[in-house]
Design a protein around this ligand. Structure first.
Ligand SMILES: O=C(O)CCC(=O)C(=O)O
Ligand SMILES: [Fe+2]
Length: 363
């Protein structure tokens, strides 16, 4: 793989996105007067096709991959074969025995829940940079007519350390910074293992995913319940992630995530002990399509809120990614491009399935 001395600055993403500020959905959901009003129109989607949603018995469950077995020479080969098949067939897997201490997970879950309970003004104080992705209540909205997602998000750049701007890290509740910091470092280690084992199954060069280059963004997602309109709104529009891999922690055990599989939507059952890992767009490009970045969306519950935290692991912003073929005959399917170039495309497009990846394909 071609690489160009990648810089370690990880804050590039904050500069490429142009977003419009949107309303806080949690506050909107709490305000019953407005719930039937015109203001809700932008959230209502005439095109949700629920006939395509499979029941769990029909679809099977997302496979579980055991990190402890991958790290054990006696079981490595067998587990790596299961990892390859999970990446090829599903693009998603539940990572069990990931080794992140229970206490670190419990702390970050508690603090995220506490954070979203805070008064709106306190949370809004963390959205100081309009048009930036880093901040409360800011989402990817690129046009005035775009349908809005029924969720609030709060993203922070966590790694590398010099890309952080701690002034945007919440200090309410007071333990939040520390719990994010602990969780972020643990996830760096887990993601590093995941990348190493994925690379082994593919023979791709993952220099750009090494600790010294990789960028990690943590995004906390809050999906308020929507009593009257749960079936008509979406918490997250169908999209694929602009990451190499994403590691998702379900903060509370409410269903909502669905993944696109064989043309249908398959609900993912929350797994209390796992981190849900998915193949992102950069891995699809770098594996020349051997592992596909899978489209997913989030539906809304009528009575219960849902919370999650996504950790996006992304190659250095100044790096160059190119597809690795396995045989000399294999056709190259994707362009070689700067990570920055891909990020700009991603951020200037509406979240619309795998639209950005289609731009990265060679005709
Ligand atoms: O909340 C979830 O389950 C998924 C969130 C997601 O897809 C994302 O943050 O990109
Ligand atoms: Fe996602």
């Amino acid at each position: 793989m071609e690489t160009e001395a990648p810089s370690r600055s990880g804050d590039g993403w904050s500069r490429v996105g142009k977003t419009l500020p949107v309303r806080n959905v949690q506050a909107l959901a709490a305000c019953t007067d407005e719930l039937n009003a015109k203001g809700l129109e932008r959230y209502i989607r005439p095109d949700i096709d629920d006939s395509q949603v499979l029941a769990a018995e029909q679809s099977g469950e997302v496979p579980a991959i055991d990190l402890r077995r991958l790290l054990d020479p006696d079981h490595l080969e067998e587990e790596a074969a299961r990892l390859r098949s999970a990446c090829e067939d599903w693009g998603f897997f539940q990572l069990v025995n990931h080794g992140v201490p229970d206490e670190i997970i419990a702390n970050v879950k508690r603090d995220i829940q506490e954070f979203f309970k805070l008064p709106l003004e306190v949370k809004n104080a963390y959205a100081q940079r309009p048009g930036d992705l880093q901040g409360y209540g800011q989402v990817f909205v690129v046009s005035e007519d775009q349908k809005l997602d029924w969720s609030d998000r709060f993203a922070i750049y966590a790694q590398p350390p010099e890309a952080r701007d701690l002034s945007y890290w919440p200090t309410h509740p007071h333990s939040f910074r520390k719990s994010i910091e602990d969780y972020s470092s643990e996830l760096m280690q887990v993601a590093n293992y995941v990348v190493i084992f994925i690379a082994k199954t593919l023979h791709i060069d993952t220099e750009l995913m090494e600790d010294k280059y990789v960028c990690q963004t943590l995004r906390m997602n809050y999906y308020p319940p929507c009593m009257s309109l749960a079936e008509k709104v979406l918490g997250f529009s169908p999209h694929s992630d602009a990451s190499f891999v994403t590691l998702l922690l379900q903060v509370n055990p409410v269903e909502g995530l669905q993944i696109r599989r064989h043309g249908a939507w398959v609900p993912v059952k929350p797994h209390p002990k796992a981190l849900l890992v998915n193949v992102g767009d950069f891995l699809e490009i770098m594996s020349n399509g051997a592992y596909k970045s899978i489209e997913h969306r989030v539906t809304i519950n009528a009575n219960q809120e849902r919370l999650s935290i996504s950790a996006f692991h992304v190659p250095s912003f100044d790096g160059i990614i190119s597809p690795a073929t396995r045989t000399p005959e294999e056709k190259v399917l994707y362009k070689t491009m700067k990570v920055k170039e891909y990020a700009e495309l991603y951020m200037s497009n509406k979240r619309d399935g795998k639209r950005t990846l289609n731009h990265a394909k060679l005709l």
